[in-house]
Design a protein around this ligand. Structure first.
Ligand SMILES: Cc1ncc(COP(=O)(O)O)c(C=O)c1O
Length: 427
């Protein structure tokens, strides 16, 4: 199993910045989400340093849907990044953290009227328009004095090789407007001619957990060619946002790009391509979520009971699909270890399952671990993205606490309480 960041094995036990998992479990309980803050900041810096250009501005936008709370938003702001949001709830959380609204990009294929009103009222910097009806609605909601920065989400029809649920730019995707439709051009003309809009540019996001460079390069060509087409029609594209999607390591089957190398190639490809076709843009943005946060968060569970069912040997943990739905949703795979006995010989084949009343509530099928002993702690790395942010209270399970380990460890999101479960119930 791969360990990342500031984790170490000392006397057969995993330590986070000098604190053992046993101590963390005693101080904060389990299930526990652990943010390795230094590693997160290092990863942000890796992006900043390598996606940099001398000829145009580069922007790093954190895709907040991957993991968002006040603490994470504050880190993102302090590191001088931009942030994206796709709902009023995300915008609200981001603003509550003290974030400058002008640094927010507001996405979403179905922004509700109230959400757009909220974004206008709070002076959200950029609204990324997904479709025609949204543009007309926004026009109606803006007053004659408003000038709203907008971009348009384009669908370049690139099929990135990833799970069907996380591809977003196939021709029949629900996101954005196809670059092949005349209607898209008409909408852009309308946005660029309307006094209430400041048309900034174009955006696309071709999917998530992508490992092939070629998909990203194809996207650059496709968006830049489209921008050139617009330039020839007298419409200036000042910003191109290439979205996120950089694949990460979960298990040995994943072959992530070496970001230190790839991000340099990526920006160079962009610079050379716009030079080649004679396009001038002021800024280029990327919008990673998973590749920024995933490897800086671990889930720590208590291994509770064991049960043999025919050939299958279940090891039940005190978490579930409520805190990590990805295996049930996409068949996602993870590695894990018994963190308090890291080097013990792995003589049992277990299926790690959660406590929900769903047969699909299985975190890892067939994993070799040491024979279960009371007090064992199961640690799952690479759970930063799309886990806690997709969490639920199914079966009235409580959401775990989240801590940050830096010099010391501190709670950044409280564990839910039983009272939280009924706080909105009236009768
Ligand atoms: C518009 C947009 N931008 C960025 C992202 C982030 O993707 P990832 O976490 O794969 O980098 C997503 C993810 O769904 C998205 O929809």
């Amino acid at each position: 199993m791969k360990l990342f960041g500031n984790t170490k094995v000392v006397n057969n036990e995993i330590y986070f910045n000098g604190i053992s998992v046993t101590e963390l479990s005693k101080r904060f309980g389990t299930p526990l989400y652990i943010l390795d803050e230094k590693n997160f900041i290092n990863q942000i810096n890796l992006f900043k340093e390598n996606f940099a250009s001398d000829v145009l501005e580069t922007k790093l936008i954190y895709a907040s849907k991957s993991l968002l709370n006040l603490y994470i938003a504050k880190i993102i702001y302090n590191e001088n990044l931009y942030i994206d949001a796709v709902s009023v709830g995300e915008v609200f959380t981001i603003l509550k953290s003290g974030f400058d609204p002008s640094r927010i990009y507001f996405h979403g294929n179905n922004k509700l009227k109230e959400e757009l009103e909220y974004a206008i009222k709070e002076k959200v910097g950029t609204i990324v328009i997904d479709n025609k009806s949204e543009a007309y609605l926004l026009d109606k909601l803006l007053s004659d004095d408003d000038i709203q920065d907008v971009m348009i989400r384009l669908n370049p029809g690139i099929e990135a090789h990833t799970h069907e649920f996380i591809t977003t730019a196939k021709s029949d995707s629900k996101f954005g407007m196809s670059i092949y439709e005349k209607e898209t051009l008409n909408l852009i003309k309308y946005l660029s001619e309307n006094k209430k809009f400041n048309f900034k540019g174009i955006h696309s996001h071709i999917g998530s957990q992508i490992f092939e460079k070629s998909s990203f390069f194809k996207e650059i060509e496709s968006l830049c060619d489209y921008a050139l087409n617009l330039k020839n029609l007298g419409i200036q594209v000042r910003e191109i946002n290439l979205g996120g999607g950089f694949g990460v390591y979960y298990t040995q089957n994943d072959r992530p790009l070496d970001l230190k190398v790839f991000l340099k190639e990526y920006i160079k490809y962009f610079e050379e391509y716009i030079l080649k076709i004679g396009l001038d843009v002021e800024s280029v943005a990327i919008e990673p979520g998973r590749a920024l946060i995933n490897q800086s968060v671990y889930a720590l569970y208590k291994a509770c009971l064991e049960k043999k069912c025919g050939e299958r040997n279940y090891l039940f943990i005190d978490g579930s699909m409520c805190d990590n739905i990805r295996p049930a949703l996409y068949g996602a795979k993870y590695e894990a270890c018994v963190a308090n006995r890291f080097n013990d010989s792995k003589e049992e084949l277990y299926t790690i399952a959660g406590k929900c009343c769903e047969s699909g509530d299985v975190l890892i099928k067939d994993i070799e671990l040491p024979k279960h002993q009371e007090g064992d702690l199961v640690l799952v790395p690479s759970v930063g993205a799309y886990t806690y942010s997709m969490s639920s209270n199914y079966n009235k399970n409580l959401r775990p606490a989240m801590i940050s380990v830096n010099e010391d460890a501190k709670v950044i999101v409280n564990r839910e309480t039983l009272e939280d479960l009924i706080k909105n119930d009236l009768f």
